[in-house]
Design a protein around this ligand. Sequence first.
Ligand SMILES: *Cc1c(COP(=O)(O)O)cnc(C)c1O
Length: 426
Amino acid sequence: MSFFSYQNGELCAENIPLSKIAAQFGTPTYVYSKAALLENFSAYANACQGHDALICYAMKANSNLAVLNLLAQQGAGFDLVSGGELLRVIAAGGDPQKCLFSGVGKTRDEIRLALSHNILCFNVESIAELYSLNTIAGEMGKKAPISLRVNPNVDAKTHPYIATGLKDNKFGIAFEDALATYQAAAQLPHLHIVGIDCHIGSQLLDDAPLLAALDKLIELIDQLAEQGITLHHLDLGGGIGITYADERPVAVADYLGRVFARIASWRASKSGSQHTSIKVIFEPGRSIVGNAGVLLTKVEFLKPGAEKNFCIVDAAMNDLMRPAMYQAWMDVKAVNNAAAVEPSTYDVVGPICESGDWLARNRALAVQTGDLLAIMSAGAYGMTMASNYNTRGRPAEVMVADGHTHLIRQRETIESLFALESILLK
Ligand SMILES: *Cc1c(COP(=O)(O)O)cnc(C)c1O
C-alpha cells in the first residue's frame, strides 16, 4: 500500500497533510513514513521466517539515525561502506556484529575501527585488500572474518551507472579468479574465511539475474568445499527495484522464496556433506527506503518559454542528485490536486547554476507560484547524496510516525556550513 496518498485533495504522508509539514518545517524537506519503512522491512523479515537468514540494510541508501534506529529495533543488520557508517550504526543502537563492510577502498583506519568493533564480515574486493586486512588483523592480535565479493558476470540489465556485476567495472573479484583468491586467503594466518558475496546492480525489476548469480555462487561454494574451504554464509547483495513510474518490480516474497527453494534443493542434493547449513544474507537498500520518502518543495517561479516552460522550485540537484546523475525519472505530484489552474507541460528545475540541474522533464502540472510539489519515491539515494553546492544547506528531514511528525534532521544553517572554514591569518 502507499503511505503517500490524497485525502480530500491534499497529498498526505500517512494521515498528515504535506502542506502542514511544509508550514511547520519549511521547504525543501524530505518526509519519510515510518509505516512504509516498517512494511518494506517486514516484506524481507517475513520471507526470512524459518530460514537461517540475515537482512543487512544497505545504509548508503538512507543513513539518518532515526531510520537506522527503527531498522535496528526490527533486528536488521547493516551493510556499510565507510567507518563513518559504522559509527552511525553504533550511534543508532545497531549491532556491529551484524554489520558487513563493503567497498573497494577501505582505509587502514576504517579496517582497524571495524576490527575493534568485531563486525560480522569484511566483504573483500581485491587481493591487495586481503593482504592489508591480514596485516592489520595480525597487528591487533585478531582474525579478520572475510568474504570475497565475487563478480558473477551476469548482466543485471539496468542503468550502466548502477550495474556492478559485469567484468569491466571496479567492483569485486572476477569469477575465474575467485577459487585461487580463496586459496590465497586460506594461507593467511590472520584471516577467517566465513562467506561469499556479490552485488550485481541496483533497481533490478526481475530476479532472474539474481538467481543466475546465486547459481554461480553455489557452483563456487561446491568447488571450495572440495578444496576443504567451507563457508558459513552466502550473501546475495541488494538490488531489488521500486516503482518510480510504472515499473513492476518482482515481489520481495517471491524473490526470497525462490532463493530459499533453490538453496533447499541444493542442500538436499548434498545431504550428508559439509555444507548442509549455510546462512543467507541480503543487503537491500532502495527497496527498504525508496518509496518510504518524498522530497517536498515549493514553486518559486513559473517561466514560460518558446520551446519549454520551466517550473522553478526551491529544491535542486544538490538536494536530490538522481535525475542529474542517472537521468532518473521521478514522479512529481502537486500537493494540492484541486488547483484552479489549467495544467501545462513543465521542466521542473532548481536554482543551481548548471544546465544539469533538473528534477523532472516534460511533466503536466497544474501549478502556480507558491504551490507545493512532492518528488515521489525519494527516500533512497536522496538525502545521502545531497551536497552543499552553491552554498545551499541540505534539507530538513521529517518522519511521520503514528500520527505525529518528528524532525529527524534539522535544516542546515549558514553557520553550520561555515563552521569548518577559516580565512588565512597573517
Ligand atoms: C548499494 C549496495 C547495496 C544496496 O543496493 P540497492 O539497490 O539499494 O538495494 C547492497 N550491497 C552493496 C555492496 C551495495 O554497494
